[in-house]
Each structure stands twice: as C-alpha cells, then as structure tokens.
Write a protein that binds this ligand. Structure first.
Ligand SMILES: CCCCCCCCCCCCCCCC(=O)SCCNC(=O)CCNC(=O)[C@H](O)C(C)(C)COP(=O)(O)OP(=O)(O)OC[C@H]1O[C@@H](n2cnc3c(N)ncnc32)[C@H](O)[C@@H]1OP(=O)(O)O
Ligand SMILES: Cc1cc2nc3c(=O)[nH]c(=O)nc-3n(C[C@H](O)[C@H](O)[C@H](O)COP(=O)(O)OP(=O)(O)OC[C@H]3O[C@@H](n4cnc5c(N)ncnc54)[C@H](O)[C@@H]3O)c2cc1C
Length: 662
C-alpha cells in the first residue's frame, strides 16, 4: 500500500495554527544561541544526506552479533562523515545528533567520551602528546575500565592491582580473584584495543589507592588479545544491546612505568610516590561525564515528550461529553497532568545543565592554576544533577510511553528504546542513591560549618543558620522558591539533629549516618531540585530582557508549572516547617490545573520548537506530519513473520499439537 503523506494532519495543523510565540526564537534559546542552531542544522543536513547512517532494517530484527556490527558500521561511518565535512566527534555529541543516530548504545561512545576525556584530563604533557593524536584519529580505540564484578560504587574497594617493579620500570597488572574481573565497560568486549584501567597502585608493598593506567589490550594489526589479558563481551542487557559491554582479566600483565596517568600523581623510576594536590583528582573523568549526562538525559526526555505530545494531539479517544465527537486525548486534564510537568522539567534540566557546565568550566580553569576550593561544590552539584536528571528522564519517558496507551509499547514508537537507554543512566556513572548520599555529606558538612560561623559556597548559602527572611510575596515565583529553600533547610536541620541524637545516644557516626540515610537522600534530592528551580527562575528572568514577549510568556508559564508542581510534591515538608499553609496549597493546586489548560494550547508548538527531525526521533507516533496509523501499519509489515503467510513454526510445532491425541 503506498502512503500519501499529507503535509501535516488536520489536528496538528490546527494546533500549530494556535502558536502565539516565535518558535525559532525558542529553538535558539534551547540550542544556546542562533549560531549553535545553525551549526546543529548544518550537521543534521550533512548526516541526513548520508544514507549509510540509517538502518535499512530495524535492529530489533537483527541477531546479537549483527546488531553490534550494524551499529559499529554506523558509528565508524559517522566519524568519517564528520571528519570529511570539517566537524569533530564532539560536535556530534554536543548537538545530540550523534546520539540520536546511534540509538541504542554504540561501540565508539566510550572512546569519544570517557577514553578521550581521561587522556585530556589525566595525562602529563608527554603522555598527552603521545596519546591524544592517536586517539583523536582513531589509531587507537579505547574505553574506561573501572567497574569490576565485585565493586562498581566503591571505587576504593577495587581489587585489580598495579604493582611497580623498579627493576624493569614496569607495572604488573593483575586480577587476583574472580570479583576483580573488570565488568561492564562499554566497547570493552570486542571493539577496544586500549583501555584506561583503574587499579590499586602498589609501591614497595604499600597500597596507594586507585590510580589510572593506559593499557593496550589487543594487537593493533591483528586485533588479537595480547598475552596476559582475557577479554570478552558480557551478554545481553535490558537495553543498549548494540554496544559490546565487556569483561577483562589480567594475568601479571606488564606495562611501562610511563603508562600510569601522571598529571596529578606521579611514580618516579625508583618507585617514589608524588601525591596529587587533591586526593580525588583521579575521579575527574567521572565528574566530567556526569556533567554531560545531565544534558544527555534532558535530550532523551525531550525526544519522548515530542513523541507523546504530538501523538496526544492526533489520538482521539472516548467521549468527554456524551454524544460529542471523540476529543484529542491531550484535552483530558489527566493527560495534560501526565505530560506537561515533564515538559517543564525538560526546560528546567536544560537550563540547569548549562549552569552546571559553567561551574565545571570555572572549576577546571581553577584546577589548572592549582585552586582546589571549588572541587567539593562541583562534585556535589554534578552528583545531584546527574541523579535528578536521570531519575526524571527515566520517569518522564515511561510516563510518555504510558500516555501513548498500547501504541507506546510498540518498538516502532521508539519509546521503549529511549526508556531502556536512559534507564541505564540511573546506574552508570555513579548509582543515583550513592550520588545523593555524596550530596548529603556535603549538605551536612555545610550546615555544620555554618553553625560555626563559616561562610558557605554559593549553592548551599541558603542553608546558613540565620538566613535573611524572604521579602518576596509567597505566591510569586521567588516567594515559592524561597519556601522550597526553607523546606530544604528544615530537612537538613532535622537530619543533622537526628544524626547528632544518635551519636549522643552511643551510636558511631557511621551507624548514625546509615540510620538516617533515607532522610539524607531526600535532603539531597530536595536540595538539588531547589537548585534547579533557582536556575530556571534566574534563566527566565535574565532572558526576559532579550526575548520577545511571546517566548518569554511560554518560558514563564513552564517555569511557574515546574515550581508549582514541586511545591505540591513537597507539600508535606512545607506544611511541617510552616513555609506554606493549607490555604496556599489549595490555591497552588488550582493554579496548576489552570496552567495545564493554558499550556496545553501551545504544547505542540513548544515541542516543535525543540526541533528534533523525524529521522532522529525514529518514531511512528511522533512524526511531524502526525500520520500515525499509516506509519504503524507500514512498520508492522516489515516484521519477518509477515514474509510468509504460514511460518515454519506452524509445521514444526502447532500442527503436531493440533494433530496430537491430547
Ligand atoms: C556518538 C556517541 C556519543 C556519546 C557521548 C556520551 C554521553 C553520555 C553517555 C555516557 C556513557 C557513560 C557510561 C558509563 C560509564 C561508567 O559507569 S564508568 C564507572 C563510573 N563509576 C562510578 O561513578 C563509581 C561511583 N563511585 C564513586 O565515584 C566513588 O566511589 C564515591 C561514591 C564518590 C565515593 O568515593 P570515595 O573515594 O570512597 O570517597 P568518600 O570516602 O565517600 O569521600 C571522601 C571525600 O571525597 C570527596 N569526593 C568523592 N568523590 C569526589 C569527586 N569526584 N570529586 C571531588 N571530591 C570527591 C567526598 O565528597 C568526600 O569529601 P569530604 O566529605 O571528606 O570532604
Ligand atoms: C549500561 C551500563 C554501562 C556501564 N558502563 C561502564 C563503563 O563504561 N565503565 C565502567 O567502569 N563501568 C561501567 N558501568 C558500571 C557502572 O558504573 C556501575 O554499575 C555503577 O557504578 C554501580 O555500581 P554497581 O553495579 O557495583 O552497583 P552497587 O554499588 O552494587 O549497587 C547496588 C545497590 O546497592 C546500593 N549501594 C551501594 N553502595 C551503597 C552505599 N554506600 N550506600 C547506600 N547504598 C549503596 C545502591 O544504591 C544500589 O541500590 C556500566 C553499567 C551499566 C549498567
């Protein structure tokens, strides 16, 4: 059946006709400026003109091995296409286009992210000169091999050893137990010929903790595994099965002294240790990746939102008024309540990701001149935002799937794949609960420092024991954000009180910490969300002077929805600390419902402004033209089961069963 694709279906035409703002202006804001929009579109055009980058057959129909090879084919094609056209891998990452093309994890993602970032961030000048050009030109391909079968979270508990042998000026890498096997690193199984490996450094029998080493794993000509190394792939996962997540064991494998990354700490030829300026500098690649993940999570959430909101404008179901035509499901308040707060979250995360990037750039510049004082602040912010962004993107994506009813469960909606890919983000690069506990540690430390009269860094300055009272009216954006801040201050104060009470009653500080950890995680989550609200309000108020009134109004409404929703979610705490009362909450709930109806009118135009083209959305439900049913039908025709009317399974199993005398 041939498809006559209308320019765009009537429902979406009507939705778009109601747009009251300049979409291009909003697109520019999301991209970070018109120049960046223009650059992204140039990259997209180039990619769209490269048919090899797209799948002929859905990866769902490929074998495990073919899925990997197909993704490797596309990933290598992407790198050469970028290079040929004067772009870098970084351009594909920062614009999101690369990740959208390589949709399900891909065998070069660890190379272009954590492997290259480690080389750039952990090498001394000689190492940088030697490794960076090789890695940038793909002469060596690498990954980040830290996690082991026995330990992922507790980096200090890793078991792989790197023992210095001063007689040969080499490190001996060894996996002493089964649990020391490196397990999980992306692209480790079959793709990488190198890895940056986190191992316990041993000098003269003494352990100096985890350090990073450059290790060649495979021969550069034959790609065969080198002696002393066992490497392979770990098998199917919940998602991201186009990647070759792998395992790795060392059997007294020797590497030169110069293969320890020596920017921050050094080992001399005679086996002396030179300490880094800060003990956690070797965790730098993880911090940098967490910053990137905040962007990544917001992008994936935005794809799910575009799909679900366009579909909700096209899908008609039930009767709102008996006898009336079936309404668009987006007209149901419950549907708006499912989707629009997540749309607001996407904007909130995008502005916060930008603010975090600035903190990262500022801190990195400081580190260059030996200033370590911003490191704890960066660690706490990047940990908290990584955790909130991935938690919210996963939850939001699943809500988008549910909001599409049965069709959201179809692979061709692309929602399952977006979900399984981003779901891994809760675990990788620091499991979210663990990261929240790192944030909580910072909050308690800051709260105590403030009690002793110390000045607090900017992200926690609102926790000071005697904060200035808020002058903003409660119902203003600022007033509600101040109320949320008062709630977090109360929660942190309460956590500190409980910790102290447990210690005073004879518990060790560590036992007390564990006994309060549910509450501590809630503090960290609430603190991070307060920070996000602040960034959103600041960004919208700063933009107010430069953007047209239509765009400003949309941003103001989204920001307001984010704050109202957050206040309602935190109602229990805010009532307990007296930051709001029941009357205020009732009017906030009413305002939220009103705002849902207002934002619904422009919801399709807002997701249009996110500007992700159909070829990158890869969804039967979310395409720009809204031609949903035809697309779903056509995708189903591609199922291999539809190649013949009667399948082999019938002759092999069904027919014998029907003929059997049961
Ligand atoms: C085309 C394709 C494009 C692709 C483009 C990619 C885009 C996006 C895809 C990404 C793809 C990723 C793929 C996943 C790759 C992995 O998953 S790699 C493995 C990641 N692993 C982890 O993240 C492990 C998590 N664990 C940790 O980081 C650490 O063990 C923990 C939890 C922070 C604890 O560390 P610890 O050494 O035990 O430290 P702890 O005793 O808790 O604390 C000591 C002090 O150090 C501080 N500290 C701890 N860590 C730090 C730090 N990092 N900085 C500063 N201070 C710190 C603490 O705050 C504490 O300070 P004080 O309170 O004492 O002042
Ligand atoms: C798709 C994917 C890709 C990955 N890619 C890589 C890679 O490229 N390179 C790499 O090195 N690693 C990689 N990893 C591994 C990843 O970084 C780890 O899985 C992650 O750090 C969590 O560690 P874990 O698996 O040991 O979980 P655990 O730490 O065993 O967590 C299990 C549970 O214990 C809880 N828990 C653990 N410690 C604490 C604590 N201190 N307090 C309270 N609760 C705690 C956690 O909250 C969680 O509920 C990848 C993982 C996945 C899923």
């Amino acid at each position: 059946m041939s498809v006559v694709v209308p320019e765009c279906c009537d429902d979406l035409k009507r939705e778009r006709g109601r747009c009251l703002f300049n979409k291009e202006e909003l697109t520019n804001i999301l991209d970070g400026g018109p120049k960046l929009t223009e650059k992204r579109r140039r990259i997209e055009k180039m990619l769209i003109n490269t048919p090899e980058l797209f799948d002929d057959v859905s990866p769902d129909y490929l074998s495990h091995e073919d899925r990997y090879s197909n993704e490797l084919r596309k990933a290598t094609q992407l790198m050469t296409t970028l290079e040929k056209n004067g772009f870098t891998y970084n351009d594909a990452v920062t614009t999101g286009t690369g990740l959208w093309l390589l949709m399900d994890g891909n065998p070069l993602s660890l190379h272009i992210s954590m492997f290259l970032d480690t080389i750039k961030g952990q090498s001394n000048p000689q190492q940088l000169q030697e490794w960076l050009p090789l890695a940038e030109k793909f002469k060596i391909i690498g990954t980040y091999a830290q996690t082991e079968l026995g330990h992922g979270t507790f980096v200090r508990g890793l078991e792989t050893t790197a023992t210095y042998d001063s007689t040969t000026k080499e490190f001996v890498l060894h996996s002493p137990t089964i649990t020391a096997t490196k397990w999980w690193p992306g692209a480790l199984g079959k793709t990488s010929n190198h890895a940056v490996v986190m191992a316990q450094l041993y000098l003269g029998g003494k352990c100096y903790g985890p350090h990073i080493f450059m290790v060649q794993l495979r021969d550069l000509e034959t790609h065969r595994t080198l002696p002393g190394i066992v490497v392979g792939e770990i098998g199917p996962r919940l998602g991201m099965n186009s990647n070759d997540n792998g395992f790795l064991q060392f059997n007294h494998h020797r590497i030169p002294l110069t293969n320890m990354f020596m920017k921050h700490s050094q080992v001399t030829e005679d086996g002396k240790y030179v300490k880094p300026l800060h003990s956690k500098l070797s965790y730098g690649t993880m911090v940098q990746t967490r910053v990137g993940i905040v962007y990544h999570a917001s992008r994936e959430l935005s794809r799910a939102l575009i799909i679900a909101i366009r579909y909700s404008a096209v899908r008609h179901q039930s009767e709102m008024v008996p006898g009336d035509p079936e309404p668009q499901i987006l007209d149901y308040q419950t549907q708006q309540y499912k989707l629009l707060p997540h749309l607001a979250s996407f904007f909130a995360l995008r502005f916060s990701a930008r603010a975090l990037l600035e903190v990262f750039i500022g801190t990195s510049a400081g580190l260059g001149s030996g200033k370590m004082n911003m490191l704890p602040e960066l660690h706490a912010l990047s940990s908290g935002l990584k955790a909130v962004a991935t938690n919210d993107a996963v939850k939001g994506t699943d809500i988008c799937r549910l909001a599409c009813g049965g069709h959201g469960y179809l692979s061709s909606s692309n929602l399952p794949r977006i979900y399984t890919a981003i779901a891994a983000g809760i675990t990788y690069e620091g499991e979210n609960t663990v990261l929240f506990l790192q944030v909580a540690r910072y909050l308690i430390k800051s709260f105590r420092a403030s009690s002793q009269g110390q000045t607090l860094p900017f992200s926690v300055s609102y926790l000071r024991v005697q904060p200035p009272s808020s002058h903003a009216p409660l119902m203003s954006d600022r007033g509600l954000v101040d109320a949320l801040g008062a709630g977090v201050r109360w929660m942190v104060g309460e956590a500190e009180r409980r910790l102290q009470q447990l210690v005073d009653s004879g518990h060790s500080p560590h036992a007390a910490w564990n006994a309060c950890s549910v509450h501590l995680v809630q503090c960290a989550d609430a603190h991070t969300r307060y920070y996000i609200c602040e960034q959103f309000v600041d960004a919208v108020s700063k933009l107010g002077e430069t953007v047209s009134s239509g765009v400003h109004e949309v941003l103001r409404q989204l920001c307001r929805l984010y704050i109202l929703h957050r206040v309602i979610q935190t109602a229990g705490i805010l009532l307990r600390c007296g930051a709001v009362d029941g009357k205020a909450l009732t009017s906030i709930e009413e305002e939220e419902c009103h705002l849902l109806a207002t934002l619904r009118i422009q919801a399709v135009s807002i997701v249009d402004a996110i500007d992700i083209k159909d070829v990158f959305l890869k969804s039967t439900l979310g395409a720009w033209d809204g031609n949903v049913y035809q697309r779903i039908y056509e995708e189903a025709q591609k199922s291999p089961l539809n190649k013949s009317d009667v399948t082999q399974g019938y002759y092999q199993y069904l027919r014998p069963l029907m003929k059997a005398n049961l």
